[in-house]
Design a protein around this ligand. Structure first.
Ligand code: GLV
Length: 306
């Protein structure tokens, strides 16, 4: 039996070291070039080149090293009958929640204004008030729910929206209640997976339905937003600004107008990183389950795309 890790080099090294620690007796291929593709039964992937899994005819499990699986499902050459599972890790939720807290609290406590004042050597004691926020978490899956719970516990007004009804400790909306969800918020935090339904969802038309003005945080996928529309909505005062970790094209092109927009804060898709130890543990556990014919942990529903 054989495993393969197919991922960008910076990630691969950590995952390889951890794999060899946890499964020292298993064969591990790095990348997809091999003369014996029939030996590979399990692939651990992040951003594999399209078509690169096709030659593994004895594949039994595709394990996503990322929480989102659009990088796998966008490859139409992936065999239909192979189960896909994805990492679901409390530590990833911890780090994603901290990122979202940082983005929202910097905004709420006017951090950028104080930074500006400091640069000018100006004591701006009573110039900027705490903002009164009503935070909407669009997508209350594992990660979105964790962030929403954290805001709720801190005493913020928070609500959530998901496709199907969820049990929550804060008000939540689902299905055709999307506009009700949007009606009462002034911070929109997007944590939805990229699917045909969410592609381009954060567009100008949606921004026009928001309370004026609203702050946007996107930590899901760049394909969910339209960057041109974010800039226009900021220019027209519909959005106060945006805190973005994901982009239509990554790395964000050097000539993107987002870089220089003072109301847009940018991080390079780092909101929540994959932790090697837990990911490898879950991949090995799931492969064991496939072999034993047991139910997989966190199996992806291909229809839903998450
Ligand atoms: C990162 O974006 C992930 O999907 O884990």
């Amino acid at each position: 039996m054989g495993f393969a890790i197919i991922a960008p080099p910076t990630q691969t090294k950590k995952w390889e070291i951890e794999f060899n620690k946890q499964a020292p007796n298993e064969d591990l291929l790095i990348g997809y070039e091999t003369e014996n593709p029939e030996e590979i039964e399990c692939v651990l992937v992040w951003g594999h080149p399209k078509g690169s899994l096709e030659k593994f005819k004895n594949l039994k499990l595709i394990f996503s090293m990322g929480a989102g699986v659009d990088h796998i499902l966008n490859d139409e050459t992936i065999p239909k009958n192979i189960p896909i599972s994805r990492i679901v890790d409390p530590q990833m939720a911890f780090s994603m929640t901290n990122y979202i807290l940082m983005a929202v609290l910097n905004y709420q406590r006017c951090w950028y204004d104080f930074q500006d004042s400091q640069r000018k050597g100006h004591w701006a004691q009573f110039e900027f008030d705490e903002k009164i926020l009503s935070i909407g978490i669009l997508g209350i899956g594992h990660l979105g729910m964790d962030a929403a719970d954290a805001f709720h516990r801190l005493g913020f007004k928070v609500s959530g929206y998901s496709n199907s009804p969820k049990k929550t400790i804060f008000p939540s909306f689902h299905g055709n209640q999307f506009e009700d969800f949007l009606a009462d918020i002034n911070v929109l935090v997007c944590t939805v997976p990229l699917t045909p339904k969410t592609k381009g969802l954060l567009n100008f038309e949606l921004f026009c339905k928001l309370n004026y003005p609203t702050y946007l945080v996107n930590v899901s996928r760049g394909g969910v937003h339209i960057e041109r529309d974010i800039v226009r909505a900021i220019d027209e005062g519909k959005l106060t600004g945006a805190f973005l970790d994901v982009f239509e094209k990554e790395p964000l092109p050097k000539d993107s107008p987002l870089w220089q927009n003072p109301k847009i804060k940018i991080t390079p898709h780092i909101a929540s990183l994959t932790y090697a130890k837990e990911s490898i543990r879950q991949a090995l556990e799931n492969f064991r389950r496939v072999k034993q014919g047991n139910k997989l942990l966190n199996e992806v529903n291909r229809q839903n795309m998450y």
